[in-house]
Write a protein that binds this ligand. Structure first.
Ligand code: NAP
Length: 243
């Protein structure tokens, strides 16, 4: 396997300043891609990563369509036509549906579902033929935990967008897939101490996932080796969710 298998490719990774997105950006860059490191607030982290991997940090809130256009414009201006979009930016909350508010619903859906949808639309307009779209969902759409109503609902939408895009963009050789992590050691997981307590025990492998565990699956989907895989939802959660 070539260590430079993404040489000549340009990638946008949303939410790449921290956690899983950061590991994905590093992995794609290590394999030769030019990477745009998107973030909303963590400018210092994003700039440091971009400097480390020879990429470009771009602030943009994916819940705003104007910001998405500006993100793609900046990517094209720096690196030329785009080959890869990774929809990783995400936010989470957990509470029973009966306790959920309109504000909580709108906050999660505007980033996870709306943000991913309009990033996909922009990619459909701008990606080069043979490109790749990978969207990050969650194994929780399979396990359907109590408290996950809003979060899992927003992620289920992403999975459907991917399948539809796989059909719409397949004629251009563009694949669209979803990767669903399980519990992964990031700031997002650490917001929920109860989940941290049970995370390792959910995997037959007996540990919590690391961002790099997910990133290597995403990088493979971006490679030519995965050219025949499209419209799939790949569980990358150490077996915590089995379908
Ligand atoms: P994280 O550590 O909280 O990092 C979230 C990233 O998303 C940050 O880079 C953040 O940017 C960015 N972001 C948030 N809102 C954004 C917006 N509106 N526009 C652009 N970027 C935005 O999260 P993570 O755990 O790495 O999660 C990454 C993805 O994996 C998410 O989609 C999440 O739902 C999914 N996931 C995570 C787990 C887990 O256990 N960690 C499990 C399953 C799925 P700033 O730094 O600027 O705030």
């Amino acid at each position: 396997m070539s260590s430079q298998r993404l040489s000549g490719k340009t990638a946008i990774v949303t939410g790449a300043s921290r956690g899983i997105g950061r590991a994905i950006a590093s992995s794609l860059a290590a394999q030769g891609a030019r990477v745009v490191v998107n973030y909303t607030r963590s400018a210092a982290e994003a700039e440091a990563l971009a400097a480390e991997i020879g990429g470009l940090a771009v602030q943009a809130d994916v819940s705003l369509v104007a910001d998405i256009r500006r993100l793609f414009d900046a990517a094209e201006a720096a690196f030329g036509p785009i080959d890869i979009l990774i929809n990783n930016a995400g936010v989470a909350n957990f509470q029973p549906i009966v306790e959920s508010t309109e504000e909580q619903y709108d906050q999660i859906f505007s980033v996870n579902a709306r943000g991913t949808f309009f990033c996909c639309r922009e990619a459909a307009l701008r990606l080069r033929d043979g490109g790749r779209i990978v969207s990050i969902s969650t194994g929780a759409t399979v396990s359907s935990p109590a408290g996950g109503g809003i979060y899992c609902g927003s992620k289920a939408a992403i999975e459907q967008f991917s399948r539809i895009l796989a059909r719409e963009l397949g004629p251009r050789g563009i694949t669209a897939n979803t990767v669903s992590p399980g519990f992964t050691d990031t700031d997002m997981l650490n917001q929920f101490p109860t989940l941290v307590g049970i995370a390792a025990g959910m995997s037959p492998l007996g540990r919590v996932g690391q961002p790099a565990d997910v990133a290597s699956v995403v990088a493979w989907l971006c490679s030519d080796e995965a050219r025949w895989v499209t419209g799939q939802n790949i569980q990358a959660g150490g077996g915590a969710s089995m379908v």
